[in-house]
Design a protein around this ligand. Structure first.
Ligand SMILES: N[C@@H](CCC(=O)N[C@@H](CS)C(=O)NCC(=O)O)C(=O)O
Length: 216
C-alpha cells in the first residue's frame, strides 16, 4: 500500500487527488504545520532529508518532489490514463505544464507570500523597498502566468488539450494559491477550469482524506 506523507494545507493535496483519479489505494500520514512558523514538523526529516511534503513510500521506495511523484504514479499505475500518447503535441504540452507548475509558477507565489509577510513586519521605509520589488517584478510575472493560463484555456478544455490529464492536477495548487494571493481577476476560462476541477468526485474524495486544506 502506498503511504503519502501529507502536510496539511499544502501542495501535497495534489498527490491524494491523483491517487483518487487513478483509483489506487493509499494511506495518508498527516502532519500538522507549526502554528507559528507554518513549517513542517521535524518528523518529516526522518522520511526525506528535505523535510518537505509530499513524499510517498511505495514498495520500499521513497519518492519526493511532486512532479517526480506524479510522473512515477502515472507511469507505474496509470496504464495510459491521465497522460497523452507519446509523440503527440498534447504529450509535449503535458510535459511543459507538469514542469511549469513547480518550476515557474510556484516561485512567484512563494515570493508573493513571503513579501506580503515581510511588508507587514518591517518599518515603513524598508517595507517600501519590498513593495517596490513586488510591484516591479513579482506581480507582473504572476499576472503574466495568469494571462497565459487564461489564453490556453480559451483554446482547449484542459491544459494539455481536450482530455483531463495529470498536468491539470499539477497546476491545481499554483492556481488555487494564486487565487488566494491576489486573485484570478477577470479570467473566466481560468475561473471555470478551477470550478470544474474542484467539482470532480476524486478531488472531493481527496479533500475528505487529506484533512485541512485552505485553498479548496
Ligand atoms: N517543489 C517541492 C516543494 C515542496 C515544499 O516546499 N513543500 C511544502 C508544502 S506546501 C512544505 O513541505 N513546507 C513546509 C516547510 O517548508 O517546512 C515539491 O513540489 O514537492
Amino acid at each position: 500500500m502506498i503511504t503519502v506523507h501529507h502536510l496539511e494545507h499544502s501542495r501535497s493535496q495534489r498527490v491524494l487527488w491523483l491517487l483518487e483519479e487513478l483509483g489506487v489505494p493509499y494511506e495518508v500520514k498527516l502532519y500538522a504545520r507549526d502554528p507559528v512558523t507554518r513549517f513542517a514538523p521535524p518528523e518529516l526529516k526522518a522520511v526525506h532529508p528535505t523535510g518537505k511534503s509530499p513524499v510517498i513510500e511505495d514498495n520500499g521506495r521513497v519518492v519526493a518532489e511532486t512532479g517526480a511523484i506524479v510522473e512515477y504514479l502515472v507511469e507505474t499505475y496509470g496504464r495510459g490514463a491521465l497522460i497523452p500518447p507519446p509523440g503527440t503535441d498534447e504529450r509535449l504540452r503535458y510535459r511543459y505544464w507538469l514542469h511549469f507548475a513547480e518550476g515557474s509558477a510556484m516561485p512567484m507565489l512563494v515570493m508573493t507570500l513571503l513579501f506580503n509577510r515581510l511588508v507587514t513586519a518591517m518599518p515603513p521605509e524598508q517595507a517600501a523597498i519590498v513593495t517596490g520589488l513586488q510591484q516591479s517584478y513579482v506581480d507582473p510575472q504572476r499576472n503574466a502566468h495568469l494571462d497565459l493560463w487564461e489564453a490556453v484555456l480559451s483554446g482547449s478544455t484542459w491544459f494539455a488539450g481536450d482530455a483531463f490529464t495529470a498536468a491539470d492536477v499539477m497546476l491545481s495548487f499554483p492556481i488555487e494559491a494564486a487565487r488566494s494571493r491576489g486573485g484570478l481577476g477577470e479570467r473566466p476560462h481560468l475561473v471555470d477550469w478551477l470550478a470544474r476541477i474542484q467539482a470532480r468526485p476524486a478531488y472531493r474524495a481527496a479533500l475528505e482524506k487529506g484533512g485541512p486544506y485552505a485553498y479548496a
